[in-house]
Design a protein around this ligand. Structure first.
Ligand code: MGD
Ligand code: MGD
Ligand code: SF4
Ligand code: MO
Length: 679
């Protein structure tokens, strides 16, 4: 047969980079970046370029499996769906629909037709307890945005003259128009054009090579650092008085609060020298427009929402919100996931509504860490059955030792994945999902069609799995579609598009955002202004101003724990060749980083008797793991870093699920305590 070229987008991570796939005889020959793609313009990261290796990995799941006496046995789809549907029906009859919980991973979110189908299945079943990696990813940004601006601003880096990269490393994680390769190139071009960079990171990530100023705060104290910078701006009259008067509410109260944060105190909290804070604040005020690109380094703390709010306020009082080159508001294309009219809303609220109501109501999902906590709290777990779809709660959720205990209490678990993961080992049934090259899908940033390149055989697209399971449960009426195009049309209709029209735009469709609309028409807040003093936080019983609170476990807040565990532990800095827990099994990627390492400062290493390359044991009040040490000046002496996603050195055995940010429920994955010794 002739070779054909299929244009699609890479579905490995959420960046959805455009891809062209050469196919012959139903086999992928090669993959390349698609140059016309609106966002990625032909770039692919090392994982995307390895897509063929992942597709043909010998350990891909190829059939459904059921567990019999602890061993996996291949079964037909018919049998597997039969087991699951009978079990789910029984659980619902005995304990009620809310006793089924579903966890999905971060990338799953971009699979719009799968998400739509899964949500429809869950509504029809009647459970409110959908949870996901969103319990540890991104939502603090959204909560901060909504409570301050009524919307979510993002750094308009390409038009900035000064950029703070704050707790992010786009050289590894990507995000500026796609993958890390593209982000790196764009940022280096900006540097050459004279754009000024400030990097805020307790480590020295690759992106720090751009930095005019590199501030290294103690993990989890970024909120205090931002307050220190604001204090300089106010004391030295460097803020944008005109903008503040016109567009913000609560400046006087903010100013009043800042009196409590003199730079001596800030230096003590953050460990950043006063002179460096002043220098950074003056640069940020002087060079406009300026933006802040922030990331996970701010999200994984028990004070995350207020920290990100402090950064938002720093942008606001310098007049950098909703202006070209500042932080601006996108106009994303939304696909309505509205349910069929004849499906009633589930009874009761998702788990976590009492503990973290703003998180739960904002995304209408349960907080996964509260789900785990409730499952363990009493003999009678509220959750009896679980489906994990495209996610890895082990090893991604905090305190994986406890997550494993919780999973052992389940009466039934099904996992939908491409590989037999650590999570899947707790399952009774495992279903093989199609890889992105084997399915059609839709993503929205840009609005784009994923086109099947090859036939997946027994590996089904996630949406098909939910449809077929739905039909098995007797929900045929709510899964009436003859094929992908019909369901896609239903979903696209809400945004005014169709499957056929999307076919004509392999480069994707994006609506151009024009900054300035909110400044002109007002913000979606109570006051219509940028709320430095947030009325929605106040009405929910939280600090309306971004008061600094220590991480719940730290050398300051828990001195007793710190006596035994004196080091601050940050985890999970991204590596380009891996997506979270994935790809360790792909030789072409694994050879780029075959083993994890602990990053430790030479001074600390000396005190622990550790030399570069030694095996170190890292312990926290939750557990203990070991890995080789890399001794580096790049990290603060009081801090160590552990990578995440490694099965035999799982850093989440050390993190805590019970200490959480009050607003978002996020755990301190990047600011808890540990100690290190030589093995
Ligand atoms: N290759 C690859 N790319 C990915 C992912 C992946 O797993 N692999 N994951 C994707 C996902 S889901 C996400 S959420 C994004 C994350 O994307 P980013 O937020 O850019 O994540 P990182 O590259 O880990 O950069 C986080 C930085 O924060 C620093 N940091 C740690 N603790 C602190 C702190 O307390 N304060 C400050 N200021 N900095 C701190 C770390 O040292 C690190 O350099 O990456 C996405 N892209
Ligand atoms: N300590 C620590 N923990 C962390 C983090 C950290 O920085 N430090 N980061 C957190 C963050 S930001 C995130 S986003 C989470 C990530 O958490 P998850 O998104 O749950 O993590 P992954 O390890 O990527 O697991 C995804 C699983 O889905 C499977 N999969 C991939 N594509 C598909 C598909 O199309 N269909 C199906 N059915 N399966 C698929 C993969 O094989 C893999 O097993 O981890 C969090 N955990
Ligand atoms: S960043 Fe890499 S893995 Fe993610 S979509 Fe782009 S090419 Fe694929
Ligand atoms: Mo994430």
């Amino acid at each position: 047969m002739m070779e054909t070229v299929v244009t699609t987008y890479c579905g490995i991570c959420e960046k959805t980079c455009g891809m062209q796939v050469t196919v012959k005889d139903n086999a992928v020959q090669k993959v390349e970046g698609f140059k016309e793609h609106l966002r990625s313009r032909g770039d692919l990261c090392v994982k995307g370029r390895a897509a063929k290796d992942i597709l043909y990995a010998p350990d891909r799941l190829k059939t459904p499996l059921k567990k019999v006496d602890g061993k996996w046995i291949a079964v037909s789809w018919d049998e597997a769906l039969g087991i699951i549907s009978r079990k789910l029906a029984a659980v619902k009859a005995q304990y009620g629909a809310n006793s089924l919980a579903v966890y999905h991973g971060q990338t799953y979110l971009k699979n719009c037709v799968a998400m739509f189908s899964m949500k429809r299945f869950l509504s029809r079943y009647g459970t409110a307890n959908l949870c996901s990696a969103a319990s540890e990813c991104f939502i603090p940004q959204l909560l901060s945005g909504i409570t301050t601006f009524g919307s979510l601003p993002m750094a308009d880096v390409k038009n900035s003259r000064c950029v703070i990269i704050w707790g992010a490393n786009p050289f590894a994680s990507g995000s500026l128009e796609g993958c890390n390769t593209r982000s790196m190139r764009l940022l280096k071009e900006l540097k050459e054009k004279g754009v000024r960079f400030i990097v805020v990171d307790p480590r020295t990530p690759d992106v720090a090579q751009l930095a005019d100023i590199h501030l290294q705060p103690r993990p989890g104290t970024d909120g205090a650092l931002a307050l220190g910078m604001m204090r300089v701006l106010v004391d030295e009259n460097l803020y944008d008085r005109d903008y503040v008067e016109k567009h913000t509410a609560g400046f006087d109260r903010l100013k009043e609060m800042l009196r409590d944060y003199d730079l001596e105190k800030i230096e003590k909290i953050t460990m950043v020298p006063r002179s460096a804070i002043e220098q950074a604040a003056r640069l940020f005020a002087a060079v406009k427009p300026a933006s802040i690109m922030n990331g996970n380094g701010l999200e994984h703390h028990t004070n995350t929402v207020q920290t990100i709010r402090a950064l938002s306020i720093l942008l606001s009082i310098t007049g950098n919100i909703d202006v070209l080159g500042g932080n601006t508001f996108l106009s994303p294309i939304f696909l309505s996931m509205e349910d069929a009219e004849d499906i009633p809303a589930p009874a009761g609220s998702p788990i976590g509504m009492e503990e973290h109501p703003m998180f739960v109501s904002m995304i209408n999902q349960a907080q996964a860490l509260v789900v785990i906590e409730k499952m363990l709290a009493t003999d009678e777990s509220p959750i009896k059955a679980m489906i994990v779809a495209g996610g890895a709660p082990i090893p991604e959720l905090a305190n994986t030792g406890r997550v494993k205990e919780a999973f052992q209490k389940l009466e039934f678990m099904a996992v939908i994945d491409q590989f037999l993961t650590e999570t899947a080992e707790y399952a009774d049934v495992v279903l093989p999902a199609a890889f992105f090259l084997e399915r059609d899908e839709i993503a929205t940033m840009p609005l784009n069609l994923q086109n099947r390149a090859v036939d997946g055989g027994q590996c089904w697209p996630d949406w098909k799995i939910w449809w077929e399971l739905g039909k098995r449960m007797g929900y045929e009426k709510h899964f009436p579609w003859s094929g992908f195009a019909e369901a896609a049309d239903l979903l696209l209709q809400s945004a005014g598009y169709s499957y056929e029209e999307l076919k004509k735009h392999p480069e994707g469709i994006m609506e151009k955002a024009v900054p300035g609309k909110f400044l002109e028409n007002g913000f979606y807040t109570f006051s219509g202004k940028i709320e430095l003093y947030s009325q929605s936080l106040a009405s929910n019983g939280y600090d309306p101003l971004p008061v600094y609170r220590e991480p719940m476990e730290s050398i300051v807040s828990t001195p007793g724990v710190a006596r035994e565990y004196p080091l601050t532990m940050t985890t999970g800095a991204r590596q380009p060749m891996y997506l979270h827990s994935q790809h360790r099994n792909i030789p072409s990627l694994n050879k780029l980083l075959p083993a994890p390492w602990l990053e430790i400062n030479p001074q600390t290493a000396r005190e622990c008797g550790i030399y570069d390359g030694d095996t170190a044991i890292v312990e926290s009040p939750r557990g203990s793991i070991s890995m080789k040490a890399r001794v580096t000046e790049g990290i603060l002496p009081e801090v160590v870093h552990l990578p995440h996603g490694w099965r035999h050195a799982d850093c989440n055995l050390l993190t805590d699920h019970a200490q959480r940010d009050p607003i978002s429920g996020f755990p301190g994955l990047k600011s808890s305590l540990c100690r290190v010794r030589k093995a």
